[in-house]
Write a protein that binds this ligand. Structure first.
Ligand code: ADE
Length: 231
């Protein structure tokens, strides 16, 4: 899968995307550079695009005051749409475009799995400030608006990272062998999303003991106990 991200804050993504499991994705910042050297051999290719680079004039203006007055600034339709079009043109196939807003459809595990299954190219549009000019949404450039929960964040970057993490672990080859077989058994043997408590050494820590059944070596009992503990 290829994921293009359009954001005013590309640096926010480097930590989360370069540590841990997402290391197995290739990550590119465009910053005016070509994206031609994208690594096709990785199961997930992520390309970061700085919206500022598409801004107008000497100050690379990307936002403006809202018509009708009010607080905050609105991302300009004549900056966002040409930026999206340039990104769409620089890869194969039309991406499924997702923008982020607390008004969007809730990101749930079934939605994550559907996105991972259906699309091999995503374009994530991260709004900031008071929002994005409504015409970006009404004009058909955005396919889906997603919310990660009923709270208001300062922008779409954190929601985009949440979506990428959740989608990435559905893509074969992104998780290591052990992690993915573990994931498989979670969703098959156990109910989706539900988990039992986990313990590792030492057997006792400040009077807190690992449940005896887990030390018993009796697999059927362990399985039964784990089922009884699902939350
Ligand atoms: N932008 C601001 N808050 C958000 C949220 N809860 N989900 C998605 N995008 C957002």
């Amino acid at each position: 899968m290829r994921i293009d991200i359009l954001t005013l804050f590309p640096a926010m993504f480097t930590g989360p995307l370069t540590e841990s499991i997402l290391q197995r994705a290739s990550l590119l910042r465009t910053d005016g550079e070509s994206v031609a050297n994208i690594h096709d051999d990785k199961p997930l290719q992520i390309v970061l695009h700085d919206l500022r680079a598409f801004g107008a004039g000497r100050y690379r203006q990307v936002d403006d005051k809202p018509y009708g007055g009010g607080a905050g600034m609105v991302l300009k339709v004549d900056v966002v749409v040409p930026a999206m079009e340039a990104i769409i043109a620089c890869g194969k196939g039309k991406p499924h475009c997702i923008s982020f807003s607390p008004r969007g459809k809730r990101l749930t595990q079934p939605r994550v799995e559907r996105i991972a299954r259906k699309y091999d190219r995503l374009l994530l549009l991260c709004g900031h400030y008071e929002g994005i000019d409504q015409r970006v949404l009404d004009g058909g450039w955005v396919d889906e608006e997603v919310s990660i929960g009923d709270y208001v964040l300062t922008g779409g970057e954190l929601p985009a990272m949440v979506l990428i993490d959740a989608v990435a672990r559905q893509i074969p080859g992104v998780l290591g062998k052990e992690e993915s077989s573990q994931q498989e058994s979670f969703s098959r043997a156990l109910h989706r999303k539900r988990e039992y408590p986990h313990y590792t050494r030492p057997e006792e820590f400040r009077n807190l003991r690992v449940p005896d059944v887990l030390l018993s070596g009796h697999h059927a009992d362990i399985e039964r106990w784990r089922r009884s503990q699902l939350y």
